[in-house]
Ligand binder design. Sequence first.
Ligand SMILES: C[S@@+](CC[C@H](N)C(=O)[O-])C[C@H]1O[C@@H](n2cnc3c(N)ncnc32)[C@H](O)[C@@H]1O
Length: 238
Amino acid sequence: MVSRKEWDRLAKDFEREVCDITRETKTDIIARLVKSLPLSPEKSVLVDLGCGLGTFIARHGGVFRESIGVEHAPRIIARAKKNLGRRKDVTWLTSSLPPAARKIGRRADLAVCMNVITMPGAKTRERMWAAIAAVTRKGGHALIAVPSIESDRMVERIAYGATRAEAIAAAPDGLVDRGGAKQKHFAREELNDLLARHGFRTKTLKRITYPWQKEGLRKPRNAGTYMPWDWLVLAERS
Ligand SMILES: C[S@@+](CC[C@H](N)C(=O)[O-])C[C@H]1O[C@@H](n2cnc3c(N)ncnc32)[C@H](O)[C@@H]1O
């Protein structure tokens, strides 16, 4: 698991070392999902849990009255603050998600959590899902991105020639080795179940594809139109 200290060490090279989905997604899918929500610049509240450099708030914060960025790595949040200058509509919390959620309370019209819930420990992840639920008001939405285990299995088959059974056996619990650290990858159904258990109804679940190079590979000759992907979920708090 990547610790807070290790995240902090990545602050300087964040753009090179870390996937910032808001910046790297080539389509306008995120903007379209945000636009589909009933938001008001006079009333609505955005909470970005694990906000990294604050890219989501920078791009989409304008349609909210207030934005709150939560990030546990002090050097990363320092960069986010610097990036967004002196915006009076943004509050920053240097904190892990569960205590921040208790502080914020159930106020978010949109809670965003992009590529944060990847830790290998099931109990730790459970606290992160609970934190998303704890900040999202009834009728509000959560926009969540997580790595896809189906994508990882596709890569195993296409790039490494694994059979379907071998690809499943490589990470039956979704824990994939990424540079020596285990990273949780989620299956579509698992995500739906998790969200339902935390009081959300999945409205949209989409793939956001990324280049093969991000897997450390050249596009395999047999890849055709296949590209690796993360899951992007929009869910409503019921
Ligand atoms: C892969 S980055 C994604 C950043 C941002 N959401 C984005 O899409 O660019 C994951 C971020 O979550 C933060 N993070 C990881 N675990 C956290 C936790 N328990 N509490 C708060 N922040 C956390 C990391 O420091 C890092 O900035």
